[in-house]
Design a protein around this ligand. Structure first.
Ligand code: ADP
Ligand code: ASP
Ligand code: MG
Length: 464
């Protein structure tokens, strides 16, 4: 069971999360909990690290975080010995945080490695609170740092798990506790290299932690407790009439997450899929709602397009020039450069006239990649094979997703008809050959309207 930031966002929410874990254990299940930081804490930690790097270290945040977490400890932990121990562990973790920030304010350089050491602090503060709240409900429970369990590569800021090592550590560290009837509470989001250096799995990565640990323990199911009734036909804060999808396939869940459904971190599905572990997405604010089940088949009766998603804050890079026609290798060279920058390409589209390739990157990665392309393709630019490498203003990707889009004619016509009727200009288009999604680029300002128009055109608000 993984609890997200809002699901552990206050003393009441932590009490509710603890109750859900304890109730599930009382029904005879063995439960391992993975927790996020309390909501907004990770953002604050990252802002503090950046501030300290610029020479502005302000120890007020340390005090604020201490007060916020101590108040929860006081509200939820009746046993004074345990309460003092938890408060002491909060103090130690915040001491470490403060020392790291103080160091940063001296050296003025924030490396990805240091940022991970700092940004993972929130989960380390939340886990002892949730464990104590579970223990207060009569189930023995202790916090476990994922640095002792999830072994990762050293790609700081987006580390990948090393499956075998993680499996061994998870078994050694968690199985004996589970066998004793305990509910371990593991920190989400973080891991450590085999040398023990702390890493993070990327923003929103606690979902991924849950599936990694679930897979390592060969769990029967992975449950993601969040603040909405499961995976919906669109982001409910953007499309109020969005509806819960009761069952989706692993591939649909991956596409949805990849194309911006923040409810699942985009890498969450893979570890579960490899072992065919069912995943559920549930609402900790509405726990009797059945939520969404992710399974092999999904819902065979479902229609073509199941959901519409969007990704904001992306940049479209275009490489163009009439001289590109018939010159082999430009595409390969372009994506070699992109890969060397370890940038994640969200969408690619090439005009059939061959004189334009465009692809979409996150706004954070784009400047670095464009600079590298200008160097890496210098020869082609000089020769005139390429005339221009351009990065447009911030845009959005909108995607229509569903397994059964494949072989259903007329879907593209409906998508573009809806956008045309809404007066929305489509900047680029791409359809994966899997035919599980059609994605298109629109301006950021028009993204919400585009999502709503497509949602309406397929009548996704109506259940079948
Ligand atoms: P948590 O803190 O539990 O990890 P997140 O904020 O990361 O929660 O993800 C849940 C949020 O994802 C929802 O509140 C909702 O605004 C957003 N969201 C975006 N797309 C979807 C979708 N298709 N279905 C459900 N929620 C979505
Ligand atoms: N706390 C981390 C974040 O805000 C991880 C997560 O919540 O999933 O990115
Ligand atoms: Mg999340």
């Amino acid at each position: 069971m993984k609890f997200g930031g809002t699901s552990v966002g206050s003393a009441e929410r932590i009490a509710q999360a603890a109750q859900l874990a304890a109730d599930t254990a009382a029904r005879g299940h063995q439960v391992v909990v993975v927790t996020s930081a309390m909501s907004k804490v990770t953002d604050a930690l990252i802002a503090a690290a950046r501030g300290a790097t610029g020479g502005q270290w302000d120890s007020r945040l340390r005090q604020e975080l201490f007060d916020k977490h101590t108040a929860v400890a006081e509200a939820l932990i009746g046993d004074p010995v345990r309460r003092d121990a938890v408060i002491e562990s909060l103090r130690q973790r915040l001491d470490r945080f403060e020392k790291l920030c103080f160091g940063l304010s001296m050296v003025h350089e924030l490396t990805p490695r240091l940022l991970d050491a700092i940004s993972g602090t929130g989960e380390m503060l939340a886990a002892p609170l949730l464990a104590a709240a579970i223990a207060a409900r009569g189930r023995p429970s202790d916090a476990v740092d994922a640095t002792e369990i999830v072994v990762t590569t050293d790609q700081f800021g987006g580390a990948e798990p090393l499956i075998e090592e993680t499996r061994m550590k998870a078994a050694a560290r968690l199985r004996p506790a589970i066998a004793r009837g305990e509910i371990p509470v593991v920190t989400g989001f973080i891991g450590a290299t085999s040398d023990g250096v702390m890493t993070t799995l990327g923003r929103g990565g606690s979902d991924y932690s849950a599936s990694i640990i679930g897979a390592a323990l060969e769990a029967d199911e992975v449950w993601i407790w969040t603040d909405v009734d499961g995976v919906m036909t669109a982001n409910p804060s953007e499309v109020p009439e969005a509806r819960t999808l009761s069952e989706i396939s692993y591939s649909e869940a991956s596409e949805l997450a990849y194309y911006g459904a923040k409810v699942l971190h985009y890498k969450t599905i893979l570890p579960a899929f490899r072992q065919r572990i069912p995943v559920r997405i549930l609402n900790s604010f509405n726990p009797t709602h059945p939520g969404t089940r992710v399974t092999v088949e999904g819902d065979p009766a479902a229609r073509g397009v199941k959901a519409v998603t969007s990704i904001r804050g992306v940049i479209m890079v275009a490489i163009s020039g009439t001289g590109m026609q018939g010159i082999p290798g430009i595409v390969a060279k372009t994506f070699d450069v992109v890969a060397a920058q370890q940038a994640n390409v969200l969408m690619i589209s090439q005009a059939s006239s061959e004189n334009n390739i465009c692809f979409v990157l996150s706004a954070a990665e784009a400047p670095r990649v464009v600079a590298a392309l200008r160097t890496g393709l210098e020869f082609e630019l000089m020769r005139g094979h390429i005339e221009e490498i351009s990065a447009e203003q911030q845009v959005a990707i909108v995607a229509a997703i569903g397994d059964r889009m494949r072989g259903t004619p007329g879907i593209a016509a409906t998508v573009f008809g809806a956008l045309g009727k809404a007066g929305i200009n489509v900047i680029a288009i791409s359809q994966g050959s899997s035919e599980r999604n059609i994605s298109l680029v629109v301006t950021e300002q028009e993204a919400a309207a585009a999502v709503r128009a497509i949602h309406r055109a397929f009548q996704l608000e109506k259940s079948m």
